[in-house]
Ligand binder design. Structure first.
Ligand SMILES: [Zn+2]
Length: 305
């Protein structure tokens, strides 16, 4: 009951932060943003599935010797994830990749046995070590076994998974996970939904770096058609959606700079934000940080410089 109340408050306020750090993710929009119960596994492409709900989207990748999963949702969803995986594979889970630290992407890590290799960006490991849930010695097995700095490749041949890091955005440890042979990527919460992203400055995120980080990803990552976003529950998106999302963040930042220079408040900046037609279905309502949305966060960053 308590959890339901907490979720209700979070969804209602569009706010993200809880003292427990359990929900660091995309609370806006409730079920649409993946906070409802765990959903049914969906096929993304050959050998790749996604499980929506109960936190961020979990990617499920079939390899020759097992199953690689990306992100483990909120706490206490391990068995439910495993039950969904079992509907498409009898093989064991060999690897967990966490796209970033938030508790709606790492929350069920400790359900899985210590033999499962957990891989994250090095900053994500450091961020996870600061979370209350991982400070408990009994939960150490949920912490990463391997980390990377700029790029890492797991497995080989048709099973190759490339992990990339391009700098701060949603946090300072956002991994882009590319299933090379499938031309598919899990973007984590750098691209959570088509709308304002959460910029978690407490975990090193940056609205000023955000568009550059996506631009580097767009420039460097080749041959991806299909993108699993962190929290959209209606199936995968396309590479062009990711490219457009980068442009959205670039335009947002440019507008923030101009508006700040013109002495406008964050609320005024939000009110006069004009975007090209292709962004008309983006969710700008009830945004991050109240009526000023991400302009509040970006102003603070710009004023520090
Ligand atoms: Zn997140």
């Amino acid at each position: 009951m308590k959890r339901l109340l907490v979720l209700g408050v979070i969804v209602g306020a569009g706010l993200i932060v809880t003292t427990a750090g359990l929900i660091g993710g995309q609370a806006r929009g409730g079920a649409a943003a993946g906070l409802g119960p765990i959903g049914t596994i969906q096929k993304v492409t050959d050998r790749l599935y996604m499980i929506p709900g109960a936190g961020g989207n979990t990617a499920v990748f079939m390899t020759a010797n097992g199953v690689v999963i990306v992100d483990t949702k909120l706490a206490n969803n391990g068995q439910a994830i495993l039950d969904q995986v079992k509907t498409v594979s009898n093989k064991p889970i060999t690897h967990i990749i966490n796209t970033h630290t938030h508790g709606d992407h790492t929350g069920s890590n400790m359900f899985f046995p210590a033999s499962v290799d957990i891989v994250t960006h090095e900053n994500t490991k450091a961020n996870m070590e600061r979370m209350d849930v991982f400070k408990d010695l009994a939960n150490k097995q949920g912490l990463p076994d391997h980390t990377f700095k700029d790029k890492m490749t797991l497995l080989n041949g048709a099973d190759t998974v490339d992990l990339y890091y391009f700098g701060p955005a949603h946090t300072n440890g956002d991994a882009f996970v590319v299933f090379r042979a499938l031309r598919a990527m899990h973007a984590g919460d750098v691209f959570a939904t088509r709308g304002q992203p959460l910029i978690d400055t407490n975990n090193g995120g940056s609205g000023v770096a955000y568009p550059d980080t996506i631009a580097k990803a767009v420039k460097t990552i080749k041959n991806v058609d299909t993108v699993i976003a962190g929290h959209t529950t209606t199936g995968p998106l396309k590479w062009q959606d990711f490219v457009d999302f980068g442009e959205f963040n670039r335009l947002f930042l440019e507008h923030a700079r101009k508006s700040l220079q013109a002495g406008k408040t964050a609320e005024q900046a939000m009110a006069d934000l004009k975007l090209p037609d292709k962004f008309k279905d983006y969710n700008l309502q009830g945004g991050r940080g109240g009526p000023g949305g991400n302009f509040n966060v970006i102003y603070q960053e710009l004023q520090k410089k």
